[in-house]
Design a protein around this ligand. Sequence first.
Ligand SMILES: NC(=O)c1ccc[n+]([C@@H]2O[C@H](COP(=O)([O-])OP(=O)(O)OC[C@H]3O[C@@H](n4cnc5c(N)ncnc54)[C@H](OP(=O)(O)O)[C@@H]3O)[C@@H](O)[C@H]2O)c1
Length: 247
Amino acid sequence: MNSLIDLTGKTILVTGASSGIGRQTAITLSEAGAKVILTARREDRLRETMGVLNGDGHDCYSFDLCDLEHIEDFLKKIVDRHGKMQGLAFCAGITEVRPCKMTTPEVLQRVMTTNFFSFFETACQFSKKKYSDEGAKITVISSAASVRPSRGQSAYAASKGAIDASVRVLAQEFMARHININCIRPGTVDSPMTRNLSEDSRAHSLEVQPLGIIPAKDVATMIAYLLSPAADMITGRGFDIEGGVYL
Ligand SMILES: NC(=O)c1ccc[n+]([C@@H]2O[C@H](COP(=O)([O-])OP(=O)(O)OC[C@H]3O[C@@H](n4cnc5c(N)ncnc54)[C@H](OP(=O)(O)O)[C@@H]3O)[C@@H](O)[C@H]2O)c1
């Protein structure tokens, strides 16, 4: 147990827990003592994550977060079984790199729905008294792409920019219930999302990110900190972990 980041007694929902940053976040939160509720679409991959968690009492649910109308039912199902939650780590997301001429309305819709609308709906439902305790905390993964322009990323950058902007407003709205909400803007992280990039793209990432590819564990540790009592006084902020990409 890491005594600086103690999540004992907290039930935390982790989206995107079947892969990459979400999977590592679930592991790190469990190591800090949390009971972790995992979600993503691929149930077999969620079960694999469950198998490497520390402690017990964890659970997993397969769910498509683009099914916006059923997000509240989904949270209700979790709370009926596990009680109210004290944390949400929103790590689900997709990337689509295309020049604007190939960014059709369907592409925009898909990226915005997966990365932003699903986050917004989940966070707003989570903030209700019936699903979370006062003092609960939310952390969502945005991206350095929301700040630093990169060709072909207009849909992705817009979806992450929407997260950054909404976090500042939601922090004000959630303050009445002492629910803190923050986002993290990583540069290129070592995960299946970036392992599938072409050699050229990876080489470019290394060129512009002088400290190297970021280990998923570093992002997960920052999430654990922001969900812990150590971050009681932090809300509405965006935190960069970007390997020097802005320099
Ligand atoms: N990797 C990077 O370099 C990097 C940099 C900056 C920001 N980020 C952001 O960090 C987050 C995690 O990325 P990652 O690198 O860990 O990617 P990843 O390995 O591809 O994982 C993405 C996760 O999102 C889930 N997901 C996607 N669509 C979903 C949907 N419709 N419903 C439910 N779950 C869905 C996936 O699960 P299923 O497929 O099983 O549903 C998977 O668990 C994303 O928001 C990404 O934009 C990543």
